[in-house]
Design a protein around this ligand. Sequence first.
Ligand SMILES: NC(=O)c1ccc[n+]([C@@H]2O[C@H](COP(=O)([O-])OP(=O)(O)OC[C@H]3O[C@@H](n4cnc5c(N)ncnc54)[C@H](O)[C@@H]3O)[C@@H](O)[C@H]2O)c1
Ligand SMILES: NC(=O)c1ccc[n+]([C@@H]2O[C@H](COP(=O)([O-])OP(=O)(O)OC[C@H]3O[C@@H](n4cnc5c(N)ncnc54)[C@H](O)[C@@H]3O)[C@@H](O)[C@H]2O)c1
Lengths: 202, 202
Amino acid sequence: KIPEPTIERLPLYFRCLSEFKKNDVAIVSSEEIAVHTGLKASQFRKDLSYFGEFGIQGLGYPVSHLLDRIAGIMQLNKKHRAALFGAGNLGAALLHYPGFANWGFKFTNVFDNDAEKVGQKLGELTIENIASLPRMLDVSIGILAVPANVADETSRLMVKCGIKAILNFTGTKLSLPEDIVIRNVDLTNELAILIYYLISRG
Amino acid sequence: KIPEPTIERLPLYFRCLSEFKKNDVAIVSSEEIAVHTGLKASQFRKDLSYFGEFGIQGLGYPVSHLLDRIAGIMQLNKKHRAALFGAGNLGAALLHYPGFANWGFKFTNVFDNDAEKVGQKLGELTIENIASLPRMLDVSIGILAVPANVADETSRLMVKCGIKAILNFTGTKLSLPEDIVIRNVDLTNELAILIYYLISRG
Ligand SMILES: NC(=O)c1ccc[n+]([C@@H]2O[C@H](COP(=O)([O-])OP(=O)(O)OC[C@H]3O[C@@H](n4cnc5c(N)ncnc54)[C@H](O)[C@@H]3O)[C@@H](O)[C@H]2O)c1
Ligand SMILES: NC(=O)c1ccc[n+]([C@@H]2O[C@H](COP(=O)([O-])OP(=O)(O)OC[C@H]3O[C@@H](n4cnc5c(N)ncnc54)[C@H](O)[C@@H]3O)[C@@H](O)[C@H]2O)c1
């Protein structure tokens, strides 16, 4: 089993190696990776060791080959379809962001309960009424951007639609079956932690 | 020195205790905290031990007292002024979010370089031209929501304006002086990690 902190660093290595590739760099050392990511060179070598041997002794790491391997591990070459729940400020910002497509990610549905929003366009999609659910959706990922007080019920509805992984922005702990992958992004927490470090440096 | 994972859990305890207080619960056990936050009861006790003695032997933790102590530790009672850099989709969603005010956080300025946006209203603020900087801003926190390719130069400009802490959404590593607190929120990484766990459960 690969430790979670290692998984969390893989996208950073991927982005960093993509920059090297863009600049036609063929081979990099772990020290160069360290400088660009702010992580330790020994950490980079250790993280990669979970996935097999990559470096060429005395030379370094072949950029293209390593990029393909990480893309394979993270399944970045595959297409991932996702549904957005909550067409509010944050939902709209996520839907409009072109960067997600680089990771093979595509929004295919967006749901809301606001009668004034249903039927409107958001990006290339038309906002659907959440009351039309549950039905099986051809998506594996759900983005939860509804108000916190309806987070739980909406997440249970997502699971009834066949969604297996949820990116949860509501700051609420979701109680879902074990097999559902949940990733919590809490912007309020991030701010509170920033303030703590600002004051404690003070 | 308090470990970073402990600091990162404090807002979760604060939110959980606030719920208990709202429901007029006077005393809670660490087990009840564990159920509501999804964290281990032993972790809660260990985290609190860094800040002194809180529990009453055999009774539990007094909710109001503990809330005040955590608010004090996290400086949540103080007002924190912040400037937003980048009045785009994400910046607008952050600025419109009422939840930040609960943590004493207030946007006082918003800067952009788009001539069509400068002078427009965003919430209660008027978008200012970033070309008017540097000047000393009466803010301690900066939110960085500009495109990745101008992240570095914009962050250096923020530091010249007296900003001491930056919440960075650009996914770019910032190279700033040691005394500047940086917190990186990378939504693309979160998505990539979610996909990895979805596939590896596969
Ligand atoms: N905007 C931010 O910067 C920010 C920061 C921290 C946390 N959050 C969290 O992210 C979530 C979204 O925030 P936001 O700023 O976009 O809020 P918002 O109010 O702008 O959007 C919420 C959307 O959800 C819809 N909605 C309400 N009930 C629904 C239901 N039962 N089913 C489907 N849709 C429903 C609303 O009609 C609205 O369009 C919230 O949980 C919020 O606490 C947002
Ligand atoms: N929207 C998302 O869901 C999302 C997801 C992941 C990462 N991000 C990152 O967050 C940041 C903001 O994303 P967004 O979706 O709001 O982008 P956006 O393009 O909607 O907004 C960027 C804003 O920055 C302004 N800007 C450009 N150059 C500037 C400069 N030199 N000085 C000041 N302002 C400048 C633009 O005029 C625009 O208003 C980007 O770095 C993006 O990579 C956003």
